[in-house]
Ligand binder design. Structure first.
Ligand code: MN
Length: 229
């Protein structure tokens, strides 16, 4: 038995739709550039690049439709609406063919980005951490168990800001599909139950302001609401 020198922080959890129990969150992984049209709008060539990953701290999550504070040190906070994969069973070097057996469920998430800091980091060949992994940078809708909704490989993914459609894509346009993402990521790190994987955003990313009301949705998966305050 060990005791802590100060009270340990509460476990980070994410709500699961229609369940009394919550999903205990371990780590947040994110895929960069996973839709060709978004890769092009960011000035990259979508065809030649294998998937790459970055991370956010687990306590960057904003759940249950709570408000999202506008972060400091940016003049250009961007929205990126994404399908999020919730890992229920861990593993390393998971084969693509059995990857979906490691998925507990899916959710709608936002990979909020301090785009000005990201552009500076890219230009200076520095890490993206402070552009991507800031406090409250990962709003998340309720997790939907795959046992209930299956494993969506297609379906409209949209983000409305103040009722106006800003992002509109389809999961079918992902460059790397969920089984491929799990296979690639699990070769780099051993995945564990509680890991969440943000799978990239379709085109149409853009700036947010305080007071903006965001509504994300993925057909067959669910929805996400948050207000920037
Ligand atoms: Mn993203």
């Amino acid at each position: 038995m060990s005791i802590h020198v100060f009270p340990a922080p509460a476990r980070i959890v994410a709500p699961v739709a229609q369940e009394a129990g919550t999903f205990p969150v371990r780590r947040l992984f994110c895929v960069g550039r996973n839709y060709a049209a978004h890769a092009r709008e960011m000035g990259a060539d979508p065809e030649r690049e294998p998937p790459f990953f970055f991370t956010k701290p687990a306590d960057a999550l904003v759940t249950s439709g709570a408000d999202t504070p506008y972060p400091p040190m940016t003049e250009n906070l961007h929205h990126e609406i994404e399908l999020v994969v919730a890992i229920g069973k861990g593993g390393a070097a998971i084969p693509e063919a059995t990857a979906l057996a490691h998925v507990y469920g899916y959710a709608v998430g936002l990979d909020l980005t301090r785009r000005d800091l990201q552009e500076e980091a890219k230009a200076m060949r520095r890490p993206w951490d402070m552009a991507k992994g800031f406090d409250a940078s990962a709003p998340l809708g309720d997790i939907q168990p795959a046992a209930r909704i299956g494993h969506p490989a297609k379906g409209r993914i949209t983000l409305k800001v103040n009722g106006q459609l800003r992002q509109d894509g389809d999961l079918a346009d992902q460059i790397w599909r969920v089984p491929e993402i799990i296979a690639c990521l699990s070769r780099l790190v051993a995945l564990a139950p509680g890991d969440l994987i943000f799978t990239g955003t379709p085109e149409g990313v853009g700036p947010l302001r305080r007071g903006d009301v965001l509504e994300g949705a993925i057909a067959g998966v669910g929805s996400l609401q948050t207000k920037i305050v």
